[in-house]
Write a protein that binds this ligand. Sequence first.
Ligand code: IPE
Ligand code: IPE
Ligand code: MG
Length: 238
Amino acid sequence: MLKSVDGEMLNVPEHVAIILDGNGRWAKKRFRPRTFGHKKGAEVLEQICEDAWDIGIKYLTVYAFSTENWKRPQDEVDTLMDLFHHYLTDYLGRIMKNNMRIRFIGDRSGLSEKMQEEIYDLERESVYNTGLHFTIALNYGSRDEMVRAMKRMVRDGHHDPEEFTEEMFSAYLDTAEMPDPDLLIRTSGEERLSNYMLWQLAYSEFVFTPVLWPDFNREELINAIRIYTGRSRRYGGV
Ligand code: IPE
Ligand code: IPE
Ligand code: MG
């Protein structure tokens, strides 16, 4: 939808997905521990949620922790989990104030019981909120999501292959009821998906930026939307 954003007409995507990357390198450049970058990254995310809504984005889905990130040193994983815990509890008040609708995607059974409860509370308490649909991918891997979806489909009694459709499969994914992302942004210069929403990103536009996540801001977001505005989405047509 064409909208005026800070005085410029832009095609603002309904759903933006972001791979928040580069926290570690940002900290390293400052001779600080990687976890310092994660803390700064969490602050930036809060601001981006506000900017996204202000710009006219309806859905923001961010990759915070992958199913592969458990391979990191134990102290980094512990700090990240601690940070998520603080983020989730501390955040509840602000989420309600900002009217955001929170969802989590990923295998929550792999998270601590305390965190599972926090996730459940946030989702439940924000379910009728009408602001930004903010989704956090935690312990998320796209291949894992698809396997879990297939298991649930079979458990639900869908045994007849003739009955399977794309819509049915989509409805079993963690992202059920959400539109597919229009735009994917990955920060830090890496140009890969790292197991993020492989199914959902089938026709999304990709924008890669060298900016490290802790340096990301409203201007960078608008810049990505400007690039998106210049793209022609054909979905296989002409
Ligand atoms: C992204 O930053 C955040 C998480 C994966 C949790 P990184 O921690 O991957 O930072 P780099 O890529 O090592 O710089
Ligand atoms: C992807 O970033 C996962 C998240 C941003 C949470 P990584 O930094 O883990 O990805 P790779 O290892 O560079 O592919
Ligand atoms: Mg990284």
